[in-house]
Design a protein around this ligand. Structure first.
Ligand code: ZN
Length: 616
């Protein structure tokens, strides 16, 4: 039990030993979870996702649907490669996580079993069975880090169900016993004791509940009582995870963890629908119906994330978009994910790739209008994005955030922005560092360069970090549709950053504006700073400085930056992106463009304005 406690602390705690911000965010009870009982007779295998009916539909659909035909053929090519790969082994490379093995096994088993069901070629099923037996013979599925168990239960549950008729009785029993021993029997005491992730509002809750539900429903004929208990507990627990989407679908942990958490929520909702034809009220979770709007919004014109919090900029082509498109009748989500797969050639990408085919929605979006050019999302982390156009890779894109520095996986990135135009991401967020560095999720978190404000595109005052408990809102977002702003403006937004610089300033405000020609304007007004105020922007571009002008060049494109402060002597400078220690990622190829503005007296204002204009 001690190890569960450790992970409770690790993931709930932000530096300084603070409690997670779940207080007051628990959803009200959802309907029917108390009465969840299994029907007298469960649907026959395969009952999870790829039912006989769905298999038949896909086979029919590919004769007329060019997109689905391409998708299925790419998945079969992926299975051809997977067939030749070696079996997954029990490895815990960092001394903590089996997760790499769990994910590999989920990817192999699902694509091999899918290819068998599509083609009838037994060599795929043989390979999937060998893979399942290999992981079932592991000594455990590493329940001390329960995500590993959750993903493994997903892998084996799916394989067992999809290949049920193919698997000989002896092996069936062996696999069923492993699901019970490694997953259900380790999951039940966690639910009974209400351990941390059963109550948490982050990706762990979604992944672990989905994995255990899939494992339980796969073996529900053989272990009806245990399976029923697990599913009942999972359905009761999931609303805690779904409370992260309140009130308008934004994800506090950033877009990469959306791809993780939301995809597993998709698995959970779909599997309940397949088996029970019931969502047990879960689809009513506040914000879930529009969380696809958030996801489309935080992904830029070239499918790069606005990567705040622990997130890289590579976007996840999550099949959840197909699931959401069907659950909430949103054909635009289906169109968006189809475009993504096609343009970025992502048909084979990711361990849940087969779910694009299984949840495929051919719906056309007849409404003919794009989403708004600027959108703001609230909740635990306030974020907004603006773009000059949808569906144009050269469009300008600005992501800008307020937020809460205590958010799970959060960085000290209040006020930070990313900027992209003409296909180049000029202002970047460096993203995550190595999770295994000491205190990454604990006391040392804010010592790390990539995690604190010194590497982010925001202010640093007197070399100090932001207030780790700050909560800053996007005070306003105004778009062209609102009265009172000029015709050439797409949108502007402001964040009151005062709390982020508590005890360092009296007030700090940042305004971000995007013009229709792709120009961005960032303006800061700081009052009462006791020490110099540093403006910073991290970039991969080459920088040519000329006093108050900087020309950035990358990939044959250019932007021109002009700065204004209250003092003539202040100018652009370049600062190294090297972190203070060798253990951290070294950020080669990056530099930080800075301006340091010094207040002349106790109550003096600091004003910094920077325009960034794409050059023709
Ligand atoms: Zn960051």
């Amino acid at each position: 039990m001690k190890r569960f406690f450790i992970f409770t602390v690790v993931f709930a705690m932000i530096a300084g030993g603070l409690a997670p911000i779940t207080g007051g965010r628990m959803p009200s009870a959802l309907a029917a979870e108390e009465t969840l009982t299994f029907p007298a007779k469960l649907p026959v295998h395969p009952r999870l996702f790829l039912t006989v009916q769905r298999e038949k539909e896909i086979k029919e659909q590919i004769s007329t649907d060019v997109f689905l035909k391409k998708l299925v053929s790419e998945l079969i090519k992926k299975a051809d490669r997977a067939k030749k790969d070696k079996l997954t082994e029990y490895v815990i490379p960092d001394g903590k996580r089996l997760l790499g093995s769990s994910r590999r096994s989920l990817e192999r088993t699902s694509v091999l079993a899918f290819a068998y069901r599509m083609t009838g070629d037994k060599t795929y099923a043989d390979a999937a069975l060998a893979e399942m037996l290999a992981v079932c013979r592991f000594k455990d599925w590493n329940p001390s880090h329960y995500l590993d168990t959750g993903e493994m239960a997903t892998a084996v549950g799916i394989g067992y169900d999809w290949l049920y008729d193919f698997i000989p009785v002896k092996e069936r029993n062996e696999i069923k016993d492993a699901v019970v021993k490694h997953a259900l029997n380790t999951g039940l005491p966690i639910y009974e004791k209400n351990n941390w992730w059963t109550k948490s509002n982050n990706n762990w809750n979604e992944v672990c509940n989905a994995g255990l539900t899939i494992g339980a429903l796969a073996v529900a004929d053989e272990e009806p009582q245990l399976a029923e208990k697990i599913v009942r507990y999972a359905v009761k627990s999931l609303p805690n995870g779904l409370s992260a989407y309140k009130p308008d679908g934004a994800y506090p942990e950033g877009p990469v963890y959306w791809g993780y958490g939301a995809s597993f929520t998709g698995l959970m909702l779909k599997v309940l629908d397949d088996v029970f034809k019931n969502d047990f009220g879960l689809l009513k979770a506040e914000g879930l119906n529009i969380t696809g709007d958030y996801y489309m919004s935080v992904i830029g014109p070239n499918y790069r994330n606005f990567n705040y919090a622990d997130a890289g900029d590579t976007s996840d082509s999550s099949p959840m978009m197909f699931a959401l498109s069907t659950f909430y009748n949103r054909p635009d989500y289906a169109v968006w994910i189809r475009n993504f797969l096609e343009r970025m050639n992502r048909y084979q990408h990711g361990r849940l790739a087969v779910f694009h085919a299984i949840w495929y929605n051919p719906a056309k979006d007849d409404k003919g209008s794009s989403p708004p050019l600027a959108q703001k999302f609230t909740g635990i982390q306030d974020v907004c994005t603006m773009r000059t156009e949808w569906n144009n890779p050269d469009a300008a894109f600005l992501g800008f955030k307020g937020g809460n520095n205590r958010a799970n996986h959060g960085h000290l990135d209040i006020g930070s922005f990313v900027y992209e135009v003409n296909g180049v991401r000029w202002a970047v967020d460096l993203g995550t560092d190595d999770y295994n560095m000491p205190g990454y999720f604990g006391k040392q978190r804010w010592d790390y360069f990539r995690l604190n404000n010194k590497s982010h595109n925001t202010l640093v005052i007197g070399d100090k970090i932001q207030n780790p408990t700050a909560d800053c809102k996007i005070v306003s977002l105004r778009t062209g549709k609102n009265a009172g702003i000029s015709d050439n403006i797409v949108a502007f937004a402001s964040v009151d950053m005062t709390d982020a610089y508590k005890e360092q300033v009296k007030t700090a405000q940042r305004f971000a504006t995007l013009l229709k020609d792709g120009t961005v304007l960032i303006q800061d007004t700081v009052i009462g700073a006791k020490e110099p105020v540093r403006w910073g922007m991290m970039t991969r571009a080459d920088i040519k400085l000329d006093g108050k002008t900087a020309i950035l060049s990358q990939d044959g494109k250019k932007i021109r930056l002009e700065m204004t402060t209250l003092y003539d002597s202040e100018k652009f400078e370049i600062v190294s992106a090297k972190p203070p220690t060798k253990a951290e990622r070294q950020n080669e190829g990056y530099q930080m463009l800075t301006i340091v503005s010094k207040p002349k007296g106790e109550n003096e204002k600091v004003h910094i304005a920077v325009t960034m204009k794409p050059e023709k």
